[in-house]
Design a protein around this ligand. Structure first.
Ligand SMILES: Nc1ncnc2c1ncn2[C@@H]1O[C@H](COP(=O)(O)OP(=O)(O)OP(=O)(O)O)[C@@H](O)[C@H]1O
Ligand SMILES: [Mg+2]
Length: 209
C-alpha cells in the first residue's frame, strides 16, 4: 500500500498485541540479564490492553487511535518503557490528528514526532544502550528512503532498527535500570531496542499487505 489508512493502523496495533504476546518471554529474558525481568510482561500487558480498545476505534481518525493507544500504554505499562512508548504514540497522534490516512511523508512526520518525544523524555542518545539505538537510526533510514514510498522506506527503517538493536550488545548502558550494572551490562542486547525493532517490523508487515 502507498498510504497507511486507519484500518491499517488498527491492524498494526492488533498485530503488536500478538507479537508482544509471542515475544514476552524473549524480552523478559533479555531484561532479566540487565534489568528487572519485566520488559516482556510490560509490553505484553500494554499492547493486550490496547487490543481491547481497537474494535471501538473503527472509523475514527488516526490521531484518535494513536492517542487512545498512548493513554492505554501510559496507564498499563509502567516502568521506564510505559511513559516512553506512551509519549511516542501521543506525539505521533498530534501529526495524525484528524487524518484517516497517512502518506509516506506523514508516516515520516509521525515517526519523527514520536521518536523525538522519546528523546526528550528519556534524555538518551545513540550509544546509551536504549530503545533509541534502534529508533534513531530507523528514523534516519526512513527519511532517507521516503521518496521511494511507504513500504521501501519502512524496509530501510526496519533494517536499521534491527542493526541498531544488534549494536547494543557490546555497549555499556548509560540510561535506565541497566546503567546501574555499569560494565556488567555489556554483552547483552537491550530489551527496549529489541521491542522497538519489533514495533517497526510489525508496521512494515501491516503496510506490506
Ligand atoms: N532514559 C531512557 N531513554 C530511552 N529508553 C530507555 C530509557 N531508560 C530505559 N529505556 C528503555 O526501557 C527499557 C526497559 O523497559 P522496562 O519496561 O523493563 O522498564 P524498567 O526499566 O524495568 O522500568 P523501571 O526501572 O522504572 O521499573 C530498556 O531496555 C531501554 O530500552
Ligand atoms: Mg525492566
Amino acid at each position: 500500500m502507498t498510504e497507511l489508512d486507519s484500518k491499517s493502523v488498527i491492524a498494526w496495533l492488533r498485530l503488536l498485541g500478538e507479537v508482544y504476546g509471542q515475544k514476552k518471554d524473549y524480552l523478559t529474558d533479555l531484561d532479566a540479564a540487565i534489568g528487572d525481568a519485566d520488559h516482556g510482561a510490560n509490553m505484553a500487558r500494554g499492547f493486550a490492553a490496547v487490543a481491547t480498545k481497537l474494535d471501538a476505534l473503527e472509523g475514527k481518525d488516526i490521531g484518535t487511535i494513536f492517542k487512545t493507544a498512548a493513554m492505554t500504554l501510559l496507564s498499563t505499562v509502567g516502568g521506564a518503557s510505559g511513559p516512553l512508548y506512551g509519549s511516542f504514540f501521543l506525539q505521533a497522534a498530534t501529526v495524525a490528528n484528524g487524518k484517516n490516512a497517512l502518506t509516506a511523508a506523514d508516516v515520516g512526520a509521525a515517526l519523527d514526532a514520536g521518536i523525538k518525544a522519546v528523546v526528550s523524555r528519556g534524555k538518551a542518545q545513540v550509544g546509551d544502550k536504549t530503545m533509541l539505538d534502534a529508533l534513531l537510526p530507523a528514523l534516519a533510514a526512513y527519511q532517507e528512503a521516503v521518496v521511494n514510498g511507504l513500504v521501501p522506506a519502512l524496509q530501510k527503517a526496519v533494517e536499521a532498527a534491527k542493526a541498531g538493536s544488534a549494536s547494543t550488545q557490546p555497549l555499556i548502558a548509560k540510561k535506565g535500570r541497566a546503567s546501574y550494572l555499569g560494565e556488567r551490562s555489556a554483552g547483552h542486547l537491550d530489551p527496549g531496542a529489541e521491542s522497538s525493532a519489533f514495533l517497526l517490523d510489525a508496521l512494515l508487515t501491516t503496510a506490506s499487505k
